[in-house]
Write a protein that binds this ligand. Structure first.
Ligand code: GDP
Ligand code: IMO
Ligand code: MG
Length: 408
């Protein structure tokens, strides 16, 4: 029995989905424990791309139960659509491989509307996340259990009335009403009834029976509501503590896996010390196709910030690194990595020689160009944690295993 946790170590979009998908063939359960459809996790299997927002990234693997834990914010409308899309692509989604915790909160159309009229300063994804978690904390939220025999209409009306003043005061109030929003919401919520279960009980019993469990984080450490770059953060705990509160189960994670992008990106507003607004940023964006998987927004790009990354390792106790998108650096003559800040808070960089080669077909670490290995070795040494996986392309197979996570 082994338990693994995968977390974004930066600002999200590090490539978590790809690595979860790759590891999930060995897993009995994959658990999402926080966040909602603000996440966009991309899987590529034999060239076919799937973007998941709410469904855990173990869904492509046979015999793997995919759990949406109680810490998540579930939008029934988007989830119903997502399930349809996945099914059309030939992937099974049924009560045998997918479940949602009764205690997970529902993102309602009211929450999405409130996010539209208030999320601009942060640059949110517009998926209703902040307003949903605000109602959760205010104890006025609606949980998934309401779908199975509860009073969804009554609870939705109460929620609508609570927020009616804000809705009616907005410049786009005419686009929203109880009647306009409830019918579809109710219909979509109804399609999820069979998946609503006691998820903590399932995770616990699989664990007791000796199964392998993988927790899939969303977003990244610096978007954590408590430890991130507040207020430019999301509204859940993206760091390891969220795994416990967001699943309702204590597990000892033998491998705490940091997904680290070989450079840095951020979507939305907020501090980003190594952001490059010049040609370098544009070249990184093009090389890494850095456009949001959820909103399509161009991601802000810059060099990796190792000094900042150390903080995320402190928050999460990482003991294994999956370094992603290393192939995207193959166009640069020089590669920079921030290792400190000067007195005014500007990053101090170390410069590495580029390798100017396409490494996307390389399958063994020792076959990588020497300059590429030097860059990876430096990251490993600076962080004091082994780089066990090196991702050199979006496909599941484009992954170099430097330190296996298990013995075959
Ligand atoms: P997540 O939110 O952390 O799951 O990451 P996203 O899916 O939002 O963004 C990562 C993007 O990079 C996706 O388009 C992936 O297909 C792609 N990707 C992941 N790993 C690699 C890699 O090693 N190389 C390249 N070129 N693309 C990658
Ligand atoms: P994955 O799981 C990158 C960012 C938004 C915004 C801030 C708050 O794909 O890595 P929210 O909608 O959560 O209230 O927005 O957080 N954000 C993400 N950025 N990847 C994500 O998820 C994100 N989820 C939210 O851009 O700045
Ligand atoms: Mg993403």
């Amino acid at each position: 029995m082994s338990n693994y946790i995968i977390l974004g170590a930066q600002w999200g979009d590090e490539g978590k989905g790809k690595i979860v998908d790759m590891l999930s063939s060995r897993m009995d359960v994959v658990v999402r424990f926080h966040g909602g459809a603000n996440a966009g996790h991309t899987l590529v299997v034999n060239g076919d791309k799937t973007v998941l927002h709410l469904v855990p990234s173990g869904i492509m693997s046979k015999n793997c139960m995919n759990v949406i834990g109680n810490g998540c914010a579930v939008d029934p409308c988007l989830l119903a659509e997502e399930i349809e899309t996945i099914r059309k692509a030939g992937v099974e989604v049924n009560a045998g491989n997918f479940m949602i915790s009764r205690n997970a909160h529902i993102v309602t159309p009211v929450h999405k509307f409130l996010d539209r009229i208030s999320g601009g300063m942060i640059g949110t994804t517009g998926r209703g996340i902040g307003p949903c978690y605000a109602d959760k904390a205010a104890r006025t939220g609606i949980r998934m259990e309401e779908i199975t025999g509860g009073n969804l209409e009554g609870r939705y009306r109460e929620l609508f009335e609570k927020h009616e003043y804000a809705i009616n005061s907005s410049a786009i109030a005419n686009e929203f009403s109880f009647e306009l929003s409830f019918k579809k919401f109710e219909r979509d919520a109804g399609t999820l009834r069979e998946y609503v279960k006691d998820a903590a009980e399932t995770i616990y019993s699989v664990s007791r029976a000796g199964g392998n469990i993988l927790f899939e984080g969303a977003q990244g450490a610096f978007l954590d509501i408590d430890s991130g770059t507040y207020p430019f953060v999301t509204s859940s705990n993206t760091t390891i503590g969220g795994a416990y509160t967001g699943s309702g189960v204590y597990l000892d994670f033998g491998k705490r896996i940091a997904i680290v992008k070989a450079y840095a990106t951020r979507v939305g507003n907020g501090p980003f010390p190594t952001e490059s607004n010049d040609e370098t940023g544009a070249r990184l964006r093009e090389a890494g196709h850095e456009y949001g998987a959820t909103t399509g927004r161009p991601r802000r790009c810059g060099w990796i910030d190792l000094k900042m990354l150390k903080l995320s390792f402190i928050m999460n106790g990482f003991n294994y690194i999956a370094l992603t998108k290393v192939d995207c650096l193959g166009i640069f003559d020089k590669i920079l990595a921030a290792v400190d800040y000067d007195g005014e808070g500007f990053p101090r960089y170390l410069e590495f020689e580029g390798w100017k080669t396409d490494i996307s077909g390389v399958t063994k670490f020792k076959e990588l160009p020497a300059n590429c290995r030097k860059y990876i070795d430096f990251i490993e040494e600076y962080m004091g944690v082994p780089v066990g996986l090196v991702s050199v392309g979006p496909d599941r197979n484009q992954t170099i295993v430097k330190e296996p996570l298990w013995k075959d």
